[in-house]
Design a protein around this ligand. Structure first.
Ligand code: ATP
Ligand code: MG
Ligand code: ZN
Length: 517
């Protein structure tokens, strides 16, 4: 491992000129400061290589090899020096600025292309003795409070992550088939979206990837809901609740979705507010629309805020606001809930998709929280019950795959990921065969549902604790009715004669589609 090397040139600013007499005090302080660091760390080398008084400024050069980060030193020096100088010379320490800060370290992977980051001036890659090195030059304009709150450390981490992602991005997410229903008789090889559209069960709206769900298809959705209740939620003791569907940034900051924004895995619809919610403020817009019967985009842009967050994307993050900062009583564990109180929104990039990939989807979310043992046990139970639905009730041909999504790769502990268990921290996807896409081996199967054990990510992120210091884990899973039905129709077609009795049992009467002339 190549050593981490830091070079920092900084300037402290004081309320007045530093007098000649302060020279010795400062010198002594720096010597003691350096000694203490050297004593407390067995390895590495920390040194204040030079310093100089210049009017009301103190110029300082720090070099550190595998030792205390110089900006941390600066924060400590600020505190201690301001006490010394303030007391003895009645001069206040105002703040600090960097004039140059470079960090050299080794990377885990070989960089494939250059990039920049906020608050960096230059990121230079090099190779030496088969090692991939990087030199990061921090932008001296980085605000003091970002430095205090750990931005420098995160810049270093982010550089490494981005380089690793250049490799990972090209690969597919880890995908391993762990269970298969076996071949089932297929009743159609037609495109299910087209079948349902032709039969007037669903209809596209004017908006991208959005469908109207007619009474016919809604009856099937309701049947599926009842099946979920009867097969999963009642036997396992889950309660229904209503999670908010408008999500402000504070939630996505804590769930860490915000940092993955449009990076492949989090593509939210944004929500904005009016700058002023008054009739006067919007009068000209109203007039314009009235006269032209068109929407004045530019006029509107001026009158709205930046996004305050977005529409429900993964359903469960806003759930955690309920428990945020609280300590759960032991008797309340485990918590088991489900939610289908509103749609989920995703900006699905690319061309128009079918019913299986919509921008407004109707998901049912399953969520559980408890000790690691409880969470693992419930995760396995939910997985068994879901299999029962797809296998015994819907009679689908499907498989289960163990996957590791990006957002889990980021947060999962490596030791947890390496476990041989089927479900420790990780995800199981349920994927249906879709005959219209081709043969079983080569075609893409459709993910209908997943179930994840997430570990401590959410309890940590939302500062949730449990009585008696019980470690808290969570797990969750989602599946959309659009995916369930697309999978079902793609295998069974529209004719009820070909549908299993176990499903038909849940349908009293299928409303006749409205006909158009
Ligand atoms: P995909 O890789 O197919 O886009 P995903 O990994 O984005 O799926 P998840 O974020 O894991 O999906 O969401 C869980 C479930 O939500 C999926 O199993 C599926 O049932 C449903 N789902 C996700 N995106 C859509 C969509 N655009 N339309 C309909 N259902 C969706
Ligand atoms: Mg997706
Ligand atoms: Zn979830």
């Amino acid at each position: 491992m190549t050593k981490m090397k830091y070079h920092l040139e900084a300037i402290f600013n004081f309320s007045g000129s530093l007098p000649e007499e302060s020279q010795e005090d400062i010198q002594q302080f720096f010597e003691e400061f350096t000694e203490k660091i050297q004593e407390s760390r067995k390895e590495g080398k920390f040194s204040i290589t030079s310093w100089e008084r210049k009017d009301s400024n103190l110029l300082l050069v720090i070099s550190s090899i595998e030792s205390l980060l110089p900006h941390i030193a600066i924060l400590r020096i600020r505190k201690q020096l301001s006490a010394i100088i303030g007391k003895k010379f009645r001069i206040g320490l105002r703040g600090f600025k960097f004039s140059k800060y470079t960090i050299e370290t080794e990377l885990d992977d070989k960089p494939l292309k250059e990039f920049t980051l906020p608050f960096t001036k230059k990121i230079k890659f090099s190779e030496k003795d088969d090692k991939n090195l990087v030199s990061i030059e921090i932008d001296p304009a980085i605000p003091e409070d970002f430095v205090e709150k750990g931005a420098i450390e995160r810049i270093i981490r982010r550089v490494n992550e981005k380089v690793s992602k250049q490799h990972y991005g090209a690969k597919k997410e880890h995908h391993e088939i762990v269970w298969y229903s076996g071949e089932k008789k297929q009743f159609t090889d037609k495109n299910p979206t087209q079948l349902m559209q032709k039969a007037n069960w669903i209809q596209r709206t004017n908006y991208r990837n959005q469908f109207i769900l007619t009474p016919t298809i809604t009856t099937l959705v309701e049947a599926l809901k009842q099946i979920m209740v009867d097969s999963v939620y009642k036997p396992l003791g889950f309660d229904q609740m209503m999670i908010p569907k408008l999500v402000d940034w504070s939630v996505w900051l804590r769930s860490e979705h915000a940092e993955g924004i449009y990076q492949g895995g989090f593509e939210p619809y944004f929500v904005v507010q009016p700058k002023e919610p008054t009739p006067e403020y919007f009068e000209e817009v109203a007039d314009y629309i009235t006269i032209t019967k068109t929407i004045p985009d530019d006029m509107l842009y001026d009158k709205i805020t930046a996004p305050i967050g977005g529409l429900s994307y993964a359903q469960c993050p806003p759930f955690w606001v309920w428990l945020q900062g609280k300590t759960l009583a032991k008797e309340s564990l485990p918590i088991k809930i489900y939610d289908w109180s509103g749609p989920t929104y995703r900006y699905e990039a690319g061309s128009a998709y079918g019913f299986e990939r919509v921008d407004e989807l109707h998901r049912i979310e399953t969520l559980f929280i408890g000790s690691p043992e409880q969470t693992k046990e419930i995760g396995l139970q939910v997985r068994d019950k879901l299999r029962l639905i797809f296998e015994d009730v819907l009679d689908l041909e499907f498989r289960e795959a163990k996957v590791m999504p990006w957002w889990l790769q980021q947060s999962a502990h490596e030791e947890e990921m390496d476990e041989a268990d089927d479900l420790v921290v990780g995800t199981i996807d349920f994927e249906a065969y879709m005959p219209y896409r081709g043969n079983r081996d080569d075609s893409e199967w459709l993910e209908m549902q997943n179930i994840s054990i997430i570990g401590h990510k959410y309890p940590k992120g939302f500062s949730v604790k449990a009585e008696g210091n019980i470690e808290l884990w969570s797990g969750c899973g989602g599946g959309s009715f659009e995916r369930f039905l697309t999978a079902f129709i793609s295998q069974k077609g529209l004719e009820k004669e070909n549908w299993p009795d176990t499903f038909l049992k849940y349908i009293d009467k299928l409303p006749k589609p409205v006909k158009f002339h």
